[in-house]
Design a protein around this ligand. Structure first.
Ligand code: NDP
Length: 245
């Protein structure tokens, strides 16, 4: 399909991130999975090995912006640039607005939005130089529609859309695209913790009447990262069973 191109996936060890790593490896990309804990990264190494591939892993907290920036700079130097950046790592600290304190807001913004901003900044120079870049922010339908109990999370996910659209306008002429995927309810540890009545109610408002799989998101990401997807930029693709239309 294309040149090998180095792809970075934040939060790549588990859930949606892991599915994205596997999908991009299957497409012949060289992939770096970044995540915060060593054990899930070791587990990922085993899964990837079983699938017949190899993956580069980097264990770091992406809110350590100095470490994040220097790690991306080193990778760009070693591999001749960053081709693909998938800002996938995300956390929730859900509370109703009246109970949410500033630290709940700050922690979600710093993982979900600020780290993505820093990772884009660190990757962009080599993308511009190489006249190729595919930036995908994993937003959420919560960033498109809002979500009760998630003002912090929804703000971070709407922010990712604003960042992607702005970057798309800045660097489009350099063959660097920036898009968002907005997943609906996807079966991962993040949604496993939801109470059953919440899950049942959610399914009622999803036209396809079920939650999605991490692979549903990974396929959409892989499509947007293709060399021949260069005319799609600044978009938000809801992969949500029709929930947010
Ligand atoms: P998971 O919680 O299963 O995986 C997220 C990964 O990101 C984990 O491995 C987590 O590490 C890692 N991570 C969290 N904080 C950091 C950090 N500071 N530095 C490095 N890595 C970190 O989430 P999902 O796979 O469900 O979600 C992936 C993305 O998709 C998120 O951005 C989420 O908001 C978004 N999304 C998910 C939906 C869903 O229904 N699942 C719906 C809409 C959007 P660990 O947990 O081990 O500490």
């Amino acid at each position: 399909m294309s040149e090998k191109r180095l792809a970075i996936v934040t939060g790549g060890a588990r859930g949606i991130g892991r599915a994205i790593v596997l999908e991009l490896l299957g497409q012949g990309r060289e992939v770096v999975a970044m995540d915060i804990l060593p054990e899930p990264l070791e587990e990922l190494q085993n899964v990837v090995k079983e699938a017949g591939f190899t993956v580069i892993t980097k264990c770091l907290d992406i809110t350590d912006t100095e470490k994040l920036t220097s790690t991306i700079a080193e990778l760009a130097k070693e591999h001749g640039g960053i081709g693909i950046l998938v800002n996938n790592a995300g956390i929730t600290r859900d509370k109703l607005m009246m109970q949410m304190d500033a630290s709940d807001f700050d922690s979600v913004i710093s993982v979900n939005l600020k780290a993505a901003f820093m990772a884009i900044q660190a990757s962009l120079r080599s993308m511009i130089r190489n006249k190729f870049g595919r930036i995908i922010n994993i937003s959420s339908v919560a960033g498109v529609m809002g979500q009760a109990g998630s003002a912090n999370y929804s703000a971070s996910k709407a922010g990712l859309i604003g960042v992607a659209k702005s970057v798309a306008r800045e660097v489009g002429k350099k063959n660097v695209t920036a898009n968002c995927i907005a997943p609906g309810f996807i079966e991962t540890d993040m949604t496993k913790i939801l109470p059953q009545p919440v899950k049942d109610a959610a399914k009622q408002v999803i036209p396809v009447k079920r939650f999605g799989a991490p692979e549903d998101i990974a396929k959409a990401v892989a499509f947007l990262t293709r060399d021949d997807a260069g005319y799609i930029t600044g978009q938000v693709l809801c992969v949500d069973g029709g929930m947010a239309m």
